[in-house]
Design a protein around this ligand. Structure first.
Ligand code: DAK
Length: 259
């Protein structure tokens, strides 16, 4: 089924897919349908052998201004429990291919959390990041208190979560939340440039490297090192390892096939 709230380009560039959130009138507020469509699209692209990297964007004015407050306002705790919105977020967390968020304008609440669920963030100078849930009587519910704190540290995370204040792209970059800031007319181009750089590498090595970096957040150092080592060994079972090392020795560019 064609998604209502997403624009999907399976090959926006060779081996790079692009999903644009598309609810512009509501500043891409993340309603349940949009999140379900996003989960399904990401899963399909994750299984698509032609795709190696996925760029996720909104539009120039908003990446996403948060979960849909209109949809949540009347909910009871039991409604929230029964709807189990977390399952879509958990499924996105399991995507194996690199996800690059291209953020312009508002990335607030669930929008900031969605950007942080991606592996890297490229932002335009106009981007604003925030967890303003406290201003509407709740608190972050999709990782904001955890991923933001790990990215920017306690002082700034606490201030953002307790006051709801927004930070600029420049502040986000200085705090280590995002990878780079570029002029607004270049933010998508820069995200695609970064995606293309990764897409020419071994897709197997890239996936296992992503998995290993993420493991650092869920494990002790020893467990993480053990996990890293297993993935490192495993890559020696791939044709890409043979090709990559042989190409180096032959002083030529490698051709990776993902096998
Ligand atoms: N939800 C619904 N509609 C929204 C919205 C949102 N989050 N953000 C903006 N809109 C709508 C506005 O209502 C308005 O619609 P109309 O009135 O034109 O019908 C339209 O988008 C344009 O917005 P504004 O007129 O307000 O535009 P401004 O430029 O004046 O202001 C703004 C932009 C982003 C500063 C402002 O719209 C704003 O403060 N928006 C709300 C930001 C916010 O509080 N975000 C956090 C929401 S709570 C969970 C997962 C995630 C979450 C929770 C649970 N589970 C897995 C369980 C996340 C929760 C949240 O994100």
């Amino acid at each position: 089924m064609t998604p209502e709230f997403l624009i999907i380009h399976q090959q926006a560039q060779p081996h790079v897919a692009h999903i644009a959130l598309n609810r512009p009138k509501e500043l891409n507020a993340l309603n349940l349908q949009l999140m379900t469509e996003l989960r399904d699209a990401l899963r399909a692209l994750d299984e698509d052998e032609q795709v190696r990297v996925i760029v996720l964007s909104g539009n120039e004015k908003a990446f996403a201004a948060g979960a849909d407050i209109r949809q949540m306002a009347g909910r009871t705790a039991m409604d929230m429990y029964n709807v189990d919105q977390f399952s879509t977020w958990d499924a996105i967390k399991k995507i194996k291919k690199p996800l690059i968020a291209a953020v312009s304008g508002f990335a607030l609440g669930g929008g900031c959390e969605l950007a942080m669920l991606c592996d890297m963030i490229v932002a335009s100078e106009t981007a604003k990041f925030g967890q303003p849930e406290i201003k509407i009587g709740v608190m972050p519910g999709a990782g904001g208190t955890q991923r933001l704190t790990r990215a920017v540290g306690k002082a700034l995370a606490m201030e953002m979560v307790l006051t709801g204040k927004f930070i600029t792209a420049d502040e986000a970059w200085k705090a280590g939340l995002i990878n780079r800031v570029v002029p607004v007319e270049l933010y998508l181009e820069e995200a695609f440039r970064l995606a293309a750089e990764i897409a020419q590498l071994s897709p197997l090595a890239v996936k296992m490297a992503k998995e290993s970096v993420l493991r650092a957040f869920d494990s002790t150092l020893d467990e993480g090192l053990h996990f890293e080592r297993k993935n490192f060994y495993l890559l020696f079972a791939s044709e890409d390892q043979k090709e990559g090392m042989q190409a180096f020795l032959e002083k030529r560019a490698p051709v990776f096939t993902g096998k």
